[in-house]
Ligand binder design. Structure first.
Ligand code: NAI
Ligand code: MG
Length: 492
């Protein structure tokens, strides 16, 4: 088997020509006809206000900012820019709703609202998925098959807990904590939406507010204040917030932690990552290739737990890299609304510039670059799926979160070396292990400093399974009872 593989391999470095030379050529019969989602069955409004106390309110600043589509660079809508005064109104509305209504309501009643919201998300999932792809650039097959079902699943899961909180923590009584401020990034906007949506992808959170209205959720229980960093900072610094949950960059996470030091506010941080995806020689290679592609190219690599460092056992480096290159040549990059698109648009111009700068640094450091030979549309922000071989551990592309479709390939010879290299990072959010031997996977999983470790799979999420990091990837968990515990006060 391995002999057969070596026969057809081309030497490194790779060029477009190498891929074309040994790949099977089916001519035009492999090309897909365009299959775009229709967008004429719903309307994006020209302007969205802030959702505070169950009402749509104009921002105190009177200012609006545009949210655009990163695949067409067209403006989609004007979004209100909330300031500290708006945040104060939202926190007051939340406090009022919490004290007078939500915490007084029978738990089974609270569950009814959350179930209602979950069902409404399912009913409107097509529209929500399309808007998510328009606003953020992610392929429709991902927003349709991952973001939307998972968002609904999270509401269903937590609706189920609402009237069982007293049984969740080993007989200790749990009551809701109070007012929670949630600051949301742009990579999974709806999935994480609740409080302050990110500036480049606010639309689905605002559609979610409409669902809250339809579900007749009591006013103030959820408030949505759109804006940029200053709006987020106003929420962090508001004295009447009981808890802050932040997902975003490690840099801003550290700033928030400093701001909250010495206050009674609780904090959970879900920050960056530089996950190792470890491939042993005994792994099922073709499955591993799918896991590698999924791990790094899902959502254009805008994923905190992306498998961005590939650690390959040295003996299979060559065939694995060849298979990966061939697989990448089949990825379709383009219109996020096309159902056949694998790689959508990069979320913003700023993010594209960051990716390009890090890729340049990789080339300057002497790593070997391969980018999939795909046509780049003339409008919008795009980056071809890329990997580097010959990457030094000290190189920026091996250490920093690129948050784009860029993979760094490193090698190891023994399991101990794999553990050492995998843990050689300031992050610790996730990892993947590929091997035919269950015992080897467990042995590795125990030694990896990562909050989530996947075995022979990657990027699998479930609301009942806690997700979160070690080290500079943050602290606290989302999902499962561990996730719930950040939002409750326990008696006794
Ligand atoms: P960011 O951390 O600045 O933004 C995330 C969210 O925090 C946004 O909603 C933003 O408005 C808000 N924010 C910004 N400054 C704040 C402050 N001082 N106080 C409170 N909230 C604040 O991340 P950005 O600039 O969008 O992306 C930069 C890099 O961060 C990316 O290239 C990527 O490496 C990483 N990132 C990681 C994410 C993850 O899920 N781990 C998500 C987003 C970004
Ligand atoms: Mg946008």
């Amino acid at each position: 088997m391995s002999q057969e593989i070596t026969k057809v391999t081309a030497p490194l470095p790779f060029t477009r020509k190498d891929v074309a030379e040994h790949a099977l050529d089916f001519g035009k019969s492999w090309e897909y006809a365009p299959s775009p989602e229709a967008t004429d069955h719903f309307k994006i409004e020209p302007r969205y206000e802030l959702f505070i106390g169950g009402k749509w309110r104009t921002p105190k600043s009177g200012k609006y900012f545009a949210t655009t589509s990163p695949s067409t660079e067209e403006k989609l809508a004007d979004i209100a820019e909330g300031n500290a005064e708006d945040v104060d109104l939202a926190v007051k509305a939340a406090r009022h709703a919490y004290e007078r209504v939500w915490s007084k309501m029978r738990p089974a009643e609270r569950a009814k609202y959350i179930f209602r919201i979950a069902r409404a998300i399912q009913e409107k999932s097509r529209e929500l998925a399309i808007v998510e792809s328009m606003d953020g650039g992610k392929p429709i097959k991902e927003s349709r098959d991952v973001d939307l079902p998972l968002a609904a699943a999270h509401f269903f899961y937590h609706a189920g807990w609402a009237d069982k909180l007293d049984y969740a923590f080993h007989g200790r009584r749990a009551r809701p904590l109070g007012v929670a401020g949630q600051i949301i990034p742009w990579n999974f906007p709806l999935l994480m939406a609740a409080w302050k949506p990110a500036e480049t992808t606010p639309l689905t959170a605002l559609l979610l507010a409409k669902i809250f209205e339809e579900a007749e959720l009591p006013p103030g229980v959820v408030n949505i204040v759109t804006g940029a960093g200053e709006t987020g900072a106003a929420l962090v610094n508001h004295p009447d917030v009981d808890k802050i949950a932040f997902t975003g960059s490690t840099e801003v996470g550290k700033r928030i932690q400093r701001a909250l030091a010495g206050t009674k506010k609780r904090l959970t941080l879900e920050l960056g990552g530089k996950a190792a995806n470890v491939i042993f020689a005994d792994a099922p290679l073709d499955q591993a290739i799918e896991g590698i592609v999924q791990g790094i190219f899902f959502n254009q690599g805008h994923v905190c737990c992306a498998g961005s460092r590939l650690l390959v056992e040295e003996s299979i480096h060559e065939p694995l890299v060849r298979k990966l290159r061939d697989r990448m040549a089949t990825l379709r990059l383009g219109d996020p609304l096309d159902k056949n698109t694998d790689i959508g648009a990069i979320n913003s111009k700023m993010q594209l510039e960051k990716i390009a700068a890090l890729v340049d640094s990789g080339e300057k450091d002497g790593a070997e670059r391969f980018s999939a030979p795909c046509a780049i549309p003339s409008k919008g922000y795009w980056f071809a799926p890329t990997f580097f071989t010959g990457v030094a551990q000290s190189s920026r592309i091996a250490r920093e979160e690129i948050f784009g479709p860029v993979l760094s390939v490193l090698t190891f010879r023994t399991p101990d070396e794999a553990v050492e290299k995998a843990n050689n990072t300031m992050y610790g959010l996730s990892a993947g292990i590929w091997s035919d031997k269950g015992a080897k996977i467990f042995w590795m999983a125990q030694r990896l400093k990562a909050g989530v470790v996947w075995g022979n799979t990657y990027n699998k999420f479930d609301p009942s399974s806690p997700f979160g990091g070690y080290k500079e990837s943050g602290f606290g968990r989302e999902g499962g009872r561990q996730g719930l515990s950040a939002y409750v006060e326990l008696d006794g």
